[in-house]
Design a protein around this ligand. Sequence first.
Ligand code: PLP
Length: 376
Amino acid sequence: MGNTIKMVDLHGQYLKIKDQIDQAIQEVIDSSAFINGKQVDAFATELADFTEAKYSVPCANGTDALQIAYQTLGLQPGDEVLMPAFNYVASAEAAALLGLKPVFVDVLEGTFNIDEELIEARITPFTKAIVVVHLFGQSANMEPILKIADRFSLKVIEDNAQSLGSEYYFPDGVRKMTGTMGDIGTHSFFPTKNLGCFGDGGALTTNNEEYALKAAMISRHGQGQKYAYEMIGCNSRLDTIQAAILRVKLRQLKSYLLRRTEAGHIYNHLLKNLHQVTRPVENDFSLHTYNQYVIRISGRNKIKELLREAGVPSMIYYPSPLHLQNAYTYLGYKKGDFPVAEMLCQEVLALPLHTEITPREQEYVVNSLIQSIKSL
Ligand SMILES: *Cc1c(COP(=O)(O)O)cnc(C)c1O
């Protein structure tokens, strides 16, 4: 079984909906409307429905979505943007490209999400926004974060690239989808995300009509009327073929998410008594959709190698925190500034989890992990 376990199984997932996908692609080819075909608008409407946001604006990828979000919110060079140190690079990169200053905040070791108690200490008179990254399929603790943002008049962007379909429960019982609680949510349809297309894709969601119109304009070169440019924009469109694929897959998303959550719980159960492994913490205030199942273990690199020899793939998200990356040394951080992020980068290991994985495969993964730990 070992050599058949995959980190992700996009082909197996495709085969189950092959006819619908092939037909959707063929329709786009037959129409030749490769750019701004009717499927793009249709997908935008369906994505807004799914996320329960008022508006959605498709774009070319999740990194562009962040850049467009910063521009839509009117952030200016020199403005400071708070974001987690343990994170994918996109939110820092898009900020830096616009002359904004990424300011990192350490994270919680249990959930990997931004530590809301450390946010306030990083706020200066230049702080204008906070990017909350819902990592690995789980919502950050939004209620206190939104309160801080409100108190300091900060805009809130939710980077929901890894958590489309996840939910957050406010203390008063109100349930919200991730990506709809701040000013703007950003999404990625990179193939391995909860909703993946067959290439690159992205979107923004918002409940603010002005932001929706502005984001749409920015993504089309800042164009109002044809060849009339109202603001500096970019070229960031979702291809019609990708939109057509996403429409088919969006209809499956609820069942994909159930499969992920179920598989996450199976790992939680199988790993329960393995004291060498720290399982990911699942908060009561959120629905975790397990875009990744990330454990912590000491001797991580060796374990990864032993797992590989047993035919079990695994991945390291992330091997280095953003503040210690060469590209971001200009920000002036040093080792020790974000101890939790730095510790996580040494210990995290993502186990195979995807919509097609079987409980038997998960048992094999865990048994291989147990053997690896024994032979360490
Ligand atoms: C994948 C990802 C992105 C970027 O998405 P792309 O579509 O690859 O540009 C941004 N933020 C996070 C947290 C991600 O995981």
